[in-house]
Design a protein around this ligand. Structure first.
Ligand code: PGA
Length: 251
Protein backbone atom coordinates (compact mmCIF):
# COMPACT_ATOMS: atom_id res chain seq x y z
CA UNK A 1 0.00 0.00 0.00
CA UNK A 2 1.56 3.28 -1.12
CA UNK A 3 0.91 6.32 1.10
CA UNK A 4 -0.82 9.13 -0.77
CA UNK A 5 1.34 12.21 -1.18
CA UNK A 6 0.31 15.80 -1.86
CA UNK A 7 3.31 18.02 -2.49
CA UNK A 8 3.24 21.79 -2.97
CA UNK A 9 5.84 23.30 -5.27
CA UNK A 10 5.95 26.97 -4.37
CA UNK A 11 8.40 27.87 -7.17
CA UNK A 12 9.71 31.47 -6.83
CA UNK A 13 6.93 32.63 -4.53
CA UNK A 14 6.53 33.71 -0.89
CA UNK A 15 8.68 35.95 1.29
CA UNK A 16 9.95 34.32 4.48
CA UNK A 17 7.18 36.03 6.47
CA UNK A 18 4.56 34.47 4.16
CA UNK A 19 6.24 31.07 4.33
CA UNK A 20 6.27 31.30 8.14
CA UNK A 21 2.55 32.11 8.20
CA UNK A 22 1.76 29.12 5.97
CA UNK A 23 3.91 26.85 8.14
CA UNK A 24 2.14 28.02 11.29
CA UNK A 25 -1.24 27.26 9.77
CA UNK A 26 -0.04 23.95 8.39
CA UNK A 27 0.34 22.50 11.89
CA UNK A 28 -3.39 21.90 12.09
CA UNK A 29 -3.98 20.48 8.62
CA UNK A 30 -0.87 18.32 8.85
CA UNK A 31 -2.53 16.58 11.82
CA UNK A 32 -5.68 16.11 9.75
CA UNK A 33 -3.64 14.65 6.89
CA UNK A 34 -1.84 12.27 9.28
CA UNK A 35 -5.14 11.08 10.73
CA UNK A 36 -6.30 10.25 7.22
CA UNK A 37 -3.09 8.57 6.10
CA UNK A 38 -2.00 11.29 3.67
CA UNK A 39 1.55 12.58 3.57
CA UNK A 40 1.92 16.27 2.74
CA UNK A 41 4.92 18.41 1.90
CA UNK A 42 6.01 21.71 0.44
CA UNK A 43 8.99 22.92 -1.55
CA UNK A 44 9.73 26.55 -0.60
CA UNK A 45 12.54 28.65 -2.05
CA UNK A 46 15.98 28.25 -0.47
CA UNK A 47 15.47 31.40 1.59
CA UNK A 48 12.39 29.95 3.33
CA UNK A 49 13.47 26.35 3.86
CA UNK A 50 14.67 26.75 7.44
CA UNK A 51 11.76 28.88 8.63
CA UNK A 52 9.21 26.34 7.35
CA UNK A 53 11.13 23.43 8.88
CA UNK A 54 11.52 25.23 12.21
CA UNK A 55 7.90 26.28 12.48
CA UNK A 56 6.48 22.87 11.50
CA UNK A 57 9.17 20.19 11.80
CA UNK A 58 6.64 17.45 11.05
CA UNK A 59 6.00 18.77 7.53
CA UNK A 60 7.97 17.15 4.71
CA UNK A 61 10.04 19.99 3.27
CA UNK A 62 11.89 19.79 -0.03
CA UNK A 63 14.33 22.08 -1.78
CA UNK A 64 13.49 22.87 -5.42
CA UNK A 65 16.99 22.04 -6.66
CA UNK A 66 20.51 21.22 -5.48
CA UNK A 67 24.00 20.76 -6.93
CA UNK A 68 25.56 17.33 -7.25
CA UNK A 69 28.99 18.43 -5.97
CA UNK A 70 29.54 18.70 -2.23
CA UNK A 71 31.25 22.11 -2.40
CA UNK A 72 33.44 24.26 -4.59
CA UNK A 73 33.47 26.99 -7.20
CA UNK A 74 29.81 26.91 -8.29
CA UNK A 75 28.57 30.44 -7.70
CA UNK A 76 24.88 30.60 -6.88
CA UNK A 77 24.46 26.89 -6.22
CA UNK A 78 23.39 25.07 -3.05
CA UNK A 79 24.95 21.74 -2.05
CA UNK A 80 23.42 18.69 -0.43
CA UNK A 81 25.43 19.08 2.83
CA UNK A 82 24.09 22.66 3.04
CA UNK A 83 20.53 21.33 2.81
CA UNK A 84 21.20 18.63 5.39
CA UNK A 85 22.57 21.33 7.64
CA UNK A 86 19.04 22.81 7.59
CA UNK A 87 17.50 19.34 8.16
CA UNK A 88 16.15 19.27 4.62
CA UNK A 89 16.29 15.78 3.14
CA UNK A 90 13.95 15.96 0.14
CA UNK A 91 14.73 17.69 -3.19
CA UNK A 92 12.75 18.19 -6.40
CA UNK A 93 14.96 17.19 -9.33
CA UNK A 94 14.50 18.00 -13.00
CA UNK A 95 11.38 20.15 -12.82
CA UNK A 96 10.51 21.22 -16.36
CA UNK A 97 11.18 24.87 -15.49
CA UNK A 98 14.73 23.90 -14.48
CA UNK A 99 15.10 21.88 -17.68
CA UNK A 100 13.69 24.67 -19.89
CA UNK A 101 15.24 27.78 -18.33
CA UNK A 102 18.37 26.50 -16.60
CA UNK A 103 19.73 23.77 -18.84
CA UNK A 104 18.96 20.79 -16.60
CA UNK A 105 19.40 17.53 -18.53
CA UNK A 106 18.60 13.89 -17.86
CA UNK A 107 22.33 13.39 -17.21
CA UNK A 108 22.63 16.16 -14.60
CA UNK A 109 19.42 14.89 -12.98
CA UNK A 110 21.00 11.45 -12.72
CA UNK A 111 24.10 12.90 -11.03
CA UNK A 112 21.92 14.78 -8.55
CA UNK A 113 19.79 11.73 -7.77
CA UNK A 114 22.92 9.63 -7.16
CA UNK A 115 24.32 12.33 -4.87
CA UNK A 116 21.03 12.52 -2.95
CA UNK A 117 20.89 8.75 -2.49
CA UNK A 118 24.50 8.78 -1.25
CA UNK A 119 23.17 10.93 1.60
CA UNK A 120 19.99 8.88 2.14
CA UNK A 121 17.82 11.71 0.85
CA UNK A 122 14.62 11.54 -1.16
CA UNK A 123 14.36 12.94 -4.69
CA UNK A 124 11.12 13.84 -6.43
CA UNK A 125 12.23 13.28 -10.02
CA UNK A 126 10.11 15.16 -12.56
CA UNK A 127 9.52 14.09 -16.12
CA UNK A 128 7.11 15.13 -18.84
CA UNK A 129 6.77 16.06 -22.49
CA UNK A 130 6.26 19.37 -24.30
CA UNK A 131 3.04 20.21 -26.15
CA UNK A 132 4.75 19.57 -29.49
CA UNK A 133 5.96 16.15 -28.36
CA UNK A 134 2.49 15.34 -27.02
CA UNK A 135 0.84 16.36 -30.29
CA UNK A 136 3.30 14.28 -32.27
CA UNK A 137 2.62 11.18 -30.19
CA UNK A 138 6.12 11.19 -28.71
CA UNK A 139 5.15 11.22 -25.02
CA UNK A 140 6.24 7.67 -24.20
CA UNK A 141 9.49 7.99 -26.15
CA UNK A 142 10.40 11.15 -24.21
CA UNK A 143 9.40 9.66 -20.85
CA UNK A 144 11.38 6.49 -21.57
CA UNK A 145 14.55 8.50 -22.17
CA UNK A 146 13.96 10.64 -19.07
CA UNK A 147 13.46 7.58 -16.89
CA UNK A 148 16.19 5.40 -18.42
CA UNK A 149 18.85 8.11 -18.23
CA UNK A 150 17.63 9.96 -15.11
CA UNK A 151 17.39 6.76 -13.10
CA UNK A 152 20.41 4.91 -14.50
CA UNK A 153 22.80 2.97 -12.23
CA UNK A 154 21.00 3.36 -8.92
CA UNK A 155 20.45 0.88 -6.12
CA UNK A 156 17.05 -0.77 -6.03
CA UNK A 157 16.88 -0.17 -2.25
CA UNK A 158 17.03 3.56 -2.90
CA UNK A 159 14.67 3.58 -5.87
CA UNK A 160 11.90 1.89 -3.97
CA UNK A 161 11.54 4.87 -1.60
CA UNK A 162 11.83 7.65 -4.16
CA UNK A 163 9.12 9.72 -5.80
CA UNK A 164 8.63 10.37 -9.51
CA UNK A 165 6.34 13.10 -10.82
CA UNK A 166 4.79 12.99 -14.27
CA UNK A 167 4.14 16.57 -15.32
CA UNK A 168 3.20 17.16 -18.95
CA UNK A 169 4.73 20.58 -19.66
CA UNK A 170 1.64 21.70 -21.57
CA UNK A 171 -0.42 21.33 -18.43
CA UNK A 172 1.81 23.24 -16.00
CA UNK A 173 0.36 26.56 -14.95
CA UNK A 174 -1.86 26.61 -18.02
CA UNK A 175 -5.15 25.38 -16.56
CA UNK A 176 -5.10 22.74 -19.37
CA UNK A 177 -4.77 19.68 -17.21
CA UNK A 178 -4.22 16.24 -18.72
CA UNK A 179 -7.20 13.90 -18.40
CA UNK A 180 -7.10 11.36 -15.60
CA UNK A 181 -6.86 8.66 -18.28
CA UNK A 182 -3.69 10.21 -19.70
CA UNK A 183 -2.28 10.59 -16.19
CA UNK A 184 -2.99 6.93 -15.42
CA UNK A 185 -1.62 5.71 -18.75
CA UNK A 186 1.69 7.53 -18.34
CA UNK A 187 2.08 6.87 -14.60
CA UNK A 188 1.52 3.17 -15.27
CA UNK A 189 4.02 3.33 -18.15
CA UNK A 190 6.58 4.91 -15.77
CA UNK A 191 5.94 2.11 -13.27
CA UNK A 192 6.60 -0.45 -16.01
CA UNK A 193 9.86 1.29 -16.94
CA UNK A 194 10.96 1.25 -13.29
CA UNK A 195 10.05 -2.44 -13.17
CA UNK A 196 12.27 -3.17 -16.16
CA UNK A 197 15.15 -1.37 -14.45
CA UNK A 198 14.65 -2.20 -10.77
CA UNK A 199 12.14 -5.04 -10.50
CA UNK A 200 9.79 -4.88 -7.55
CA UNK A 201 10.98 -1.40 -6.53
CA UNK A 202 8.26 -0.40 -9.00
CA UNK A 203 5.62 -1.57 -6.53
CA UNK A 204 6.61 0.90 -3.81
CA UNK A 205 7.96 3.87 -5.80
CA UNK A 206 5.39 6.65 -5.60
CA UNK A 207 4.35 8.31 -8.84
CA UNK A 208 2.62 11.68 -8.76
CA UNK A 209 0.72 13.57 -11.42
CA UNK A 210 1.36 17.30 -11.73
CA UNK A 211 0.00 20.08 -13.93
CA UNK A 212 -2.95 22.32 -13.06
CA UNK A 213 -4.04 20.11 -10.16
CA UNK A 214 -6.71 21.88 -8.12
CA UNK A 215 -9.07 20.96 -5.27
CA UNK A 216 -11.78 20.29 -7.91
CA UNK A 217 -9.81 17.72 -9.92
CA UNK A 218 -7.39 16.18 -7.41
CA UNK A 219 -9.73 13.34 -6.42
CA UNK A 220 -10.17 12.16 -9.99
CA UNK A 221 -6.41 11.79 -10.47
CA UNK A 222 -5.89 10.00 -7.19
CA UNK A 223 -8.67 7.54 -7.96
CA UNK A 224 -6.45 6.14 -10.70
CA UNK A 225 -4.52 2.99 -9.82
CA UNK A 226 -1.00 4.21 -10.56
CA UNK A 227 -1.36 7.82 -9.47
CA UNK A 228 -0.15 7.99 -5.87
CA UNK A 229 -0.46 11.72 -5.36
CA UNK A 230 -0.01 15.15 -6.86
CA UNK A 231 2.70 17.75 -7.30
CA UNK A 232 0.86 21.05 -7.12
CA UNK A 233 2.05 24.53 -8.04
CA UNK A 234 -0.51 27.35 -8.05
CA UNK A 235 -3.12 25.61 -5.88
CA UNK A 236 -0.58 24.89 -3.13
CA UNK A 237 0.21 28.51 -2.37
CA UNK A 238 -2.87 29.39 -0.33
CA UNK A 239 -3.58 27.59 2.93
CA UNK A 240 -7.29 27.18 2.15
CA UNK A 241 -6.67 25.65 -1.22
CA UNK A 242 -3.95 23.31 0.13
CA UNK A 243 -6.33 22.20 2.89
CA UNK A 244 -9.05 21.52 0.32
CA UNK A 245 -6.67 19.38 -1.72
CA UNK A 246 -6.31 17.11 1.32
CA UNK A 247 -9.98 17.22 2.31
CA UNK A 248 -11.05 16.30 -1.21
CA UNK A 249 -8.99 13.12 -1.40
CA UNK A 250 -9.90 11.57 1.93
CA UNK A 251 -12.95 9.36 2.26
P1 PGA B 1 0.77 23.98 -11.50
O1 PGA B 1 2.31 23.59 -11.38
O2 PGA B 1 0.03 23.14 -10.49
O3 PGA B 1 0.70 25.45 -11.18
O4 PGA B 1 0.34 23.66 -12.90
C1 PGA B 1 2.71 22.27 -11.16
C2 PGA B 1 4.21 22.16 -11.11
O5 PGA B 1 4.91 22.86 -11.85
O6 PGA B 1 4.77 21.36 -10.33
Amino acid sequence: MRTKLIFGNWKMNKLTSEAREFALQSVEFKKYADEHGVQIGVAPTFTSLSVVKEVNPSLTVAAQNCHFEEKGAFTGEISIPMLLDLHIDWVIIGHSERRTYFGETNETCNKKIKALFAHDMTPIYCCGETLEQFENGLTKEVIKEQINVGLADLYKEHVKNMVIAYEPIWSIGTGKNASKEIAQDICSYIRDLVKEMYGDASETVRILYGGSVKPENVRAYLSEKDVDGALVGGASLKVDSFKQLIENIVD
